[in-house]
Design a protein around this ligand. Structure first.
Ligand code: 5GP
Ligand code: MG
Length: 478
C-alpha cells in the first residue's frame, strides 16, 4: 500500500509533512521519509520504522523549505531494506527529483529488464525506481516533465498514485483507472496532495476533491493546474480501500468511509440475522461495521475485546510466530461482557484466518455461549497484484474452502460474509468501476496466469490540456 503526501506552503513544510505522514501511518509502518526544497537546495531524511521513530525535532528543523514530499512504506514489492525507503531521490542534469509512490506495477520486471539491457543500473528493488527511469527516459528527450508523465501513462501497467517533486514544483498523478486513492486540498498558506483526506484534516486544511484517474496536477506556491491526460472507459477503484485499508474518517470519491462501513454492517444483519446479547467489533478494523450492525439489528453494542493502542498493526509482522504473539499482545477479552453470552463478533475481513481463529478461541475461553462471526467483505479468494499485500492462494483460507469449512476451522457458531452485491451497494460505485480482483479472481488489467475481466480497460491518452484551478473555485470561469 503506502501513504504519500506532497505540500507546497509558504510557511514551511517539514512539520506539516510529518503530521500528514502521522495521519497516514496506517498505510505503512515499515519506513518513513521526507524530502524538501527551499528554492536552491534539496534536503532529505528517511529511515526504518514508524513516523514517530524516524524523525526527531532536529531532523525536522533541518528539512528546510516551502515544498516537500513524504512517504510511509508498506512493502508490497521490494524487500524490507533501508535502500528501498522512499521518497526516492535523485539528480538528473542538475534537476532534483524526489518521488513518492503508492501502487504496484504488473510490468515492472519487464521494464526493468529493458532498461538494464540499455545499460542502466538500479540501486533498489522497488517499482519506484522503475517509475523514475521511465520518467527520466522521456524527460531527457523532451525536457518536459508533462511529456514524461504522459509517457508513464503509456508504458506503466498497474496501479500508481505518484507525487513527484521536481526542482520545487509538485506534480501528482494517478493511473488512468484510479486504483489507488489520491486527493488534493488546501493548507494554511498553500496546497497539498495526499493518499487520504485525513492527512488534510490533520493539518486543518480543506479537501478540494479527488485527483481524477489519469489526471495530473501541477502545484506551485501560486496555485495548481489540473490536466486530464488519460481518459479510460471505466475505473477500477480498489475495493479493499473501502473494506479495510482507508481510515474510516477519510472521504474517498465524495463518500465518508465510515458511512460505507456502517451500511455494510446493516447489510450483514439483513443477510444473516441472529439473536444475540451483544455485538462487538474486532477493534479497530471492525468497529464501523459493528456499529452499523448493532444499530440496524437493535442488539446492544458492547465491546468484548479491548485493544492495546500501543501496538502496531499485527498483520504487518513478517513471521507467523511474531504475528500470533502480537495478536495476544494487542487484544484482551473482557470476560465480564462475554461469560454466558451470545456474542456477535464483527470484523472487516478474513485473510489467513489466524485472527478470527484466535479471537473466537478467546471468546470461548472467556465463557461465551455462542460466537457468531460477521465479516464486512466477501471471501478473499485471490491474491492482489495491484498493491495490497495479500498472500498467495495457498495461504488465503477462503481460496480453497467453502464458508462452512472456514466456520469450522475458526470454531465459530456461525459465519457470514457480506455479499459482493451488498458491498458494492454500500460503496455506491458501479461494480464495473471497482477492482474486485481479491474477491473474484478477475482483474481489471491482464495479469500473467490470471483471468481478466471480459471487458478490458481501454484508455486514450490525449495531448494534455491545462486548466488553471483555484480554490475556492472561480465562479466566473464557468
Ligand atoms: P487474518 O488473521 O485472517 O490473516 O487477518 C485478518 C485481519 O487482518 C483482519 O482483522 C483485518 O482487519 C486485517 N487485515 C486484512 N487485510 C489486511 C492487510 O492487507 N493488511 C493488514 N495490515 N491487515 C489486514
Ligand atoms: Mg483487523
Amino acid at each position: 500500500m503506502c501513504g504519500i503526501v506532497g505540500i507546497v506552503d509558504a510557511g514551511g513544510v517539514s512539520h506539516s509533512l510529518y503530521y500528514a505522514l502521522f495521519a497516514l501511518q496506517h498505510r505503512g509502518q515499515e519506513s518513513a521519509g521526507i524530502s524538501t526544497w527551499d528554492g536552491s537546495s534539496f534536503y532529505k531524511y528517511k529511515g526504518m520504522g514508524l513516523v514517530s521513530e524516524v524523525f526527531s525535532e532536529q531532523n525536522l528543523k533541518e528539512l528546510k523549505g516551502h515544498v516537500g514530499v513524504g512517504h510511509v512504506r508498506y512493502p508490497t514489492t521490494g524487500a524490507n531494506l533501508p535502500e528501498n525507503t522512499q521518497p526516492f531521490n535523485f539528480r538528473f542534469q542538475d534537476h532534483h527529483f524526489a518521488i513518492a509512490y503508492n501502487g504496484n506495477l504488473v510490468n515492472a520486471a519487464d521494464l526493468r529488464t529493458e532498461f538494464e539491457l540499455q545499460g542502466e543500473i538500479f540501486s533498489t528493488t522497488t517499482d519506484t525506481e522503475v517509475v523514475a527511469s521511465t520518467i527520466v527516459d522521456e524527460f531527457r528527450r523532451s525536457g518536459k516533465i508533462e511529456e514524461a508523465i504522459i509517457h508513464c501513462m503509456h508504458v506503466l501497467r498497474g496501479s500508481y498514485s505518484v507525487i513527484l517533486m521536481l526542482d520545487g514544483i509538485i506534480y501528482a498523478f494517478r493511473d488512468p483507472v484510479g486504483i489507488k486513492p489520491l486527493c488534493i486540498g488546501t493548507t494554511e498558506k498553500g496546497f497539498m496532495v495526499a493518499s487520504e483526506s485525513v492527512a488534510i484534516d490533520t493539518l486543518g486544511g480543506t479537501l478540494i476533491r479527488d485527483v481524477q484517474p489519469g489526471e495530473l496536477f501541477r502545484i506551485t506556491e501560486k496555485g495548481f493546474e489540473a490536466m486530464q491526460i488519460a481518459v479510460a472507459d471505466r475505473r477500477a477503484h480498489c475495493i479493499f480501500e473501502y473494506i479495510y485499508f482507508a481510515r474510516a474518517d477519510s472521504v474517498i470519491e465524495g463518500k465518508l468511509v465510515y458511512d460505507i462501513r456502517r451500511k455494510i454492517g446493516a447489510s450483514l444483519y439483513d443477510e444473516a440475522p441472529v439473536k444475540a446479547d451483544l455485538v462487538s467489533p474486532v477493534p479497530d478494523s471492525g468497529t464501523s461495521v459493528a456499529v452499523g450492525f448493532a444499530h440496524h439489528s437493535g442488539i446492544p453494542y458492547l465491546e468484548a475485546l479491548m485493544k492495546n493502542r500501543y501496538t502496531g498493526r499485527t498483520f504487518i509482522k513478517p513471521s507467523r510466530e511474531e504475528r500470533e504473539r502480537a495478536v495476544r499482545l494487542k487484544l484482551n477479552p473482557i470476560i465480564g461482557h462475554i461469560k454466558g453470552k451470545k456474542v456477535v463478533l464483527v470484523d472487516d475481513s478474513i485473510v489467513r484466518g489466524t485472527t478470527s481463529r484466535r479471537i473466537v478461541g478467546m471468546m470461548k475461553e472467556s465463557g461465551a455461549a455462542e460466537v457468531h462471526v460477521r465479516i464486512g467483505s466477501p471471501q478473499i479468494i485471490a491474491p492482489c497484484y495491484l498493491g495490497v499485500d495479500m498472500p498467495t492462494r495457498e495461504e488465503l483460507i477462503a481460496s480453497t474452502r467453502p464458508v462452512d469449512e472456514v466456520k469450522d476451522s475458526i470454531a465459530a457458531t456461525s459465519l457470514h460474509h457480506v455479499s459482493l452485491e451488498a458491498l458494492v451497494k454500500a460503496i455506491g460505485i458501479d461494480r464495473e468501476n471497482l477492482c474486485t480482483g481479491c474477491l473474484t479472481g478477475k482483474y481489471p488489467l491482464s495479469i500473467e496466469g490470471e483471468s481478466c475481466l471480459s471487458r478490458n480497460i481501454d484508455f486514450v491518452i490525449g495531448s494534455y490540456q491545462a486548466k488553471l484551478g483555484s480554490f475556492p473555485p472561480d465562479k466566473t470561469a464557468a
